[in-house]
Ligand binder design. Structure first.
Ligand code: HEM
Length: 399
């Protein structure tokens, strides 16, 4: 209980890893209070995520935990997000969206991602040419993923600038605990829905080579298998899920390079391949620290789970499980025991994993080649969020 309480403090949020290490000493899972199970072991987390009987929390859960949720626009949308559905509804929505979100479409984005990354690096080079600090989170880590996801969906360039604050507000729903935050989250949800309603109307009339047009073609042909509302709601999910998570992968990965320059040098000279660096960055400091499921009568990591329990799988802890990873607290991009849990597992495995890996795999080598003397230029500022782990500010010098 003491360790769990410490995880909620500013120190715990800043660096949860020593606390996770203490939880690992207790075993793979713990039951700190009736109705709550916290899973920290790699194998146990993996087993929960792969077991369809552990459902994602959905509208039936919210009926109990948040009566009246139907009057909150964000929750009406979130009820259709594939993230918050299970069984046949999840399979139906996910399979239709996966038909458009193909490996080919993702791979086809590579030239555009390279161009966007280079344009952002040019701007950073200009800003930092006189030796003044450049803010990596704002100038690169936020802008690259939001531009990429807009490019993927087919959101015109002129409309993109406005998306960052809206997507950020909407991402607040992932950490939602404070009702005070709800009006801003709802406002963002309403704005995005109105935007996608307009965009889908345009693409229906005049299809283009983008994900929204593909999705419309598939859903219209599938004849009611995905309702218009379900499609629109999952477009807002793609925008919000694909943005801040990747931002944090870029920030957390860069912080490793800034604090352990030999690792950056190894990526620059190619002795550590960029994809290996990215996998280890995902493991070492997971951008998504946890997710949860609704329990059923089962045993997890030796702990009994009851029907309806809130089962929290701490992906960030599983990634540092000493039972699974040799020297878990060491960043070793060439480790042979890779396989982070950072994209989840099972039916809800991140649909954007290949895109996130591609973006980071393009970004890091370009950044390191462009700025061989990249170095910290001030104190990093962490975001206060726990589920989404990352920085607000990461000042660097690039000269
Ligand atoms: C480093 C970047 C990313 C990380 C760490 C990440 C992490 C995750 C995790 C852990 C899950 C599973 C949640 C669960 O099981 O409850 C997930 C699901 C999901 N992710 Fe990602 N994600 C990233 C990037 C993206 C991108 C780029 C997109 C879209 C373009 C995306 C879209 C989604 C969607 C739609 C789901 C729900 C899938 C489902 O429920 O079937 N993510 N992601």
């Amino acid at each position: 209980m003491e360790v769990l309480a410490a995880l909620g403090t500013p120190e715990g949020r800043a660096d949860p890893y020593p606390y996770y290490a203490r939880l690992h000493e207790h075993g793979e899972a713990i039951r700190p209070a009736p109705g709550v199970v916290i899973v920290v072991g790699y194998d146990a987390i993996s087993a929960v995520l792969r077991d369809p009987a552990f459902r994602a929390g959905d509208e039936t859960t919210w009926d109990k935990s948040f009566p009246g949720w139907q009057s909150e626009p964000v929750l009406v949308q979130a009820a259709d997000w594939m993230l918050n559905t299970s069984g046949p509804k999840h399979a139906r929505i996910r399979s239709l969206i996966a038909r458009a979100f193909t490996a080919r479409r993702v791979a086809g984005l590579q030239p555009a991602i390279e161009k966007m990354a280079d344009a952002l690096l040019d701007r950073m080079a200009d800003r930092g040419a006189d030796g003044s600090p450049v803010e990596f989170m704002h100038d690169f880590a936020f802008l690259l993923p939001v531009t990429v996801i807009c490019e993927l969906l087919g959101i015109p360039e002129a409309d993109r600038e406005g998306f960052r604050p809206i997507a950020r507000d909407l991402a607040g729903v992932f950490e939602f605990s404070d009702p005070v935050a709800l009006p801003a989250i709802n406002a963002a949800a309403v704005d995005l829905l109105a935007y996608f309603t307009g965009l889908t109307a345009q693409r229906r009339a005049e299809p283009r080579d983008d994900l929204v047009s593909d999705l419309l073609a598939i859903t219209d042909a599938a004849d009611g298998k995905l309702t218009d509302a379900e499609l629109l709601h999952n477009l807002t999910l793609l925008l919000v899920a694909g943005f801040e998570t990747t931002t944090n992968l870029l920030g957390n990965g860069l912080q490793v390079i800034l604090t352990q320059p030999a690792i950056g040098a190894a990526v620059r000279d190619g002795s550590v391949p960029a994809p290996a660096f990215v996998e280890e960055a995902l493991r070492y400091d997971s951008p998504v620290q946890l997710t949860s499921r609704v329990g059923y009568e089962a045993k997890v990591g030796g702990v009994a789970v009851a029907d309806g329990d809130d089962v929290t799988t701490v992906l960030g802890a599983g990634n540092r499980d000493p039972r699974r990873f040799a020297e878990p607290d060491m960043f070793n991009a060439l480790r042979s025991d890779g396989g982070p849990l950072s994209f989840g597992g099972g039916a809800h495995f991140c649909i954007g994993a290949a895109l996130a890996r591609l973006e980071a795999g393009v970004a890091f080598p370009r950044l390191l080649h462009r700025f061989p003397r990249i170095a910290p230029a001030g104190e990093p500022v962490r975001r206060e969020t726990f589920l989404l782990r990352g920085f607000d500010e990461l000042p660097i010098s690039v000269r």
